[in-house]
Design a protein around this ligand. Structure first.
Ligand code: MG
Length: 159
């Protein structure tokens, strides 16, 4: 089996008047992530991990933020496009792990619902997807609730 690994990272600022989306899930919160798309750092980090493993650049190259077609687009649509690229190369996800770094709100209760959305999109079972949430212990921009970030690592392969 041919195996490849990729890592992804993303950060978006938090701002008023935006809905907070993480892993495709609307998480009730006073502010949301600011971005050209919906600012979903979890999906964006996953996309970069998958593109990295395929050697196909990064999300900014695939979906330029100057493109009006992707303005305010929901990130699951971007992920679906990337999964098409994976399928075209007969690659599948073997394992995917991620860490969201956010001071508030408490994300642990929302992780099962995020997995319910992401597993079908990624064509993997719940035991192949890790989503973890950490705070930044009040430190830095994330600790001061100015931003959220996410790390992801993907193992992909084909027979
Ligand atoms: Mg992003």
């Amino acid at each position: 089996m041919q195996i490849k690994i990729g890592m992804g990272y993303d950060l978006h600022r938090l701002g008023p008047g935006r809905r907070l989306y993480l892993g495709g899930l609307h998480v009730p919160h006073s502010r949301g992530l600011v971005g050209h798309s919906d600012g979903d750092v979890l999906i964006h980090a996953i996309i970069d991990a998958l593109l990295g493993a395929m050697g196909q650049g990064d999300i900014g190259r695939l979906f330029p933020d100057a493109d009006p077609a992707t303005k305010d687009i929901r990130s699951p649509a971007l992920l679906t496009e990337v999964m098409g690229r994976l399928k075209a190369k007969k690659l599948k996800i073997l394992s995917l792990d991620s860490v969201i770094v956010a001071e508030t709100p408490k994300l642990a209760p929302h992780i099962p619902a995020m997995k319910d959305i992401l597993c079908p999109l990624l064509h993997i079972g719940s035991d192949q997807l890790g989503i973890k949430a950490k705070t930044n212990e009040g430190l830095g921009l994330i600790g001061r609730r100015k931003a959220m970030a996410c790390w992801a690592v993907a193992l992909i392969g084909k027979n």
